[in-house]
Ligand binder design. Structure first.
Ligand code: HEM
Length: 140
C-alpha cells in the first residue's frame, strides 16, 4: 500500500509537470518568431496595397521589424520584453482599413505556413493577432 501511494505521488508529480508548452515554445521559440516576422513583413512590404505605409527610412523599417519580433515573442509567452509603443498609439492616424487588416492577416497566415507552423499553433497565433484588430482599424 505504501509503495502504491509512493508510485501515485511520483506519477502525479510527473504528470503535473507536463504542463502545456507556451505558444512561443510551440512555434519554435525566438528563431520561429523571427522567421514568421521576416516572412510577414516581406509579404506586406512588397504589396502595393501597403505602399502608403512605407515612406520610412531603412533604420525605421529595421526598428519596427525588431519591435514586432520582441512584441510577438513577449505576447506568446517568450522571455522578451517589448519596449515599443502600444498598438493604438503606434498606428493611430494611419487610416488602416478593414481591407488592409484582412490583407495583413492573409500575409500572417502565409508567413506561418512558410515557417512550418500549422494546425492548432497556426490558429492560436492568428487568433491572438486578430484579437488586436480594434487597436489598428480606423476606417471601415
Ligand atoms: C494593416 C496592418 C498594419 C499596418 C498597415 C501597419 C503599419 C505600421 C506602421 C506604418 C508603423 C510605423 C509607425 C511609426 O513609425 O510611426 C508600424 C509600427 C509597428 N507595428 Fe504595425 N502595421 C500593421 C499591423 C501590425 C500588426 C498586426 C502588428 C503586431 C501584431 C504590428 C506591430 C507594430 C509594431 C510593434 C510597431 C512599432 C511600434 C513602435 O514604433 O513603437 N503592426 N506599423
Amino acid at each position: 500500500m505504501r509503495t502504491l501511494c509512493l508510485l501515485l505521488v511520483v506519477a502525479w508529480g510527473i504528470l503535473s509537470g507536463q504542463q502545456k508548452l507556451s505558444l512561443y515554445e510551440r512555434v519554435g521559440r525566438y528563431d520561429g518568431i523571427a522567421t514568421i516576422v521576416d516572412a510577414y513583413l516581406k509579404g506586406v512590404r512588397a504589396d502595393p496595397q501597403f505602399a502608403r505605409f512605407s515612406g520610412r527610412g531603412t533604420d525605421s523599417l529595421v526598428r519596427a521589424k525588431q519591435l514586432l519580433k520582441d512584441q510577438l515573442c513577449a505576447m506568446t509567452g517568450g522571455p522578451c520584453v517589448y519596449m515599443g509603443r502600444d498598438m493604438k498609439t503606434a498606428h493611430g492616424g494611419l487610416g488602416i482599413t478593414e481591407g488592409d487588416w484582412a490583407a495583413s492577416m492573409k500575409y500572417m497566415a502565409a508567413a506561418l505556413e512558410k515557417s512550418h507552423v500549422a494546425g492548432n499553433e497556426k490558429e492560436e497565433f492568428l487568433a491572438l493577432i486578430d484579437s488586436m484588430k480594434p487597436m489598428f482599424v480606423e476606417k471601415h
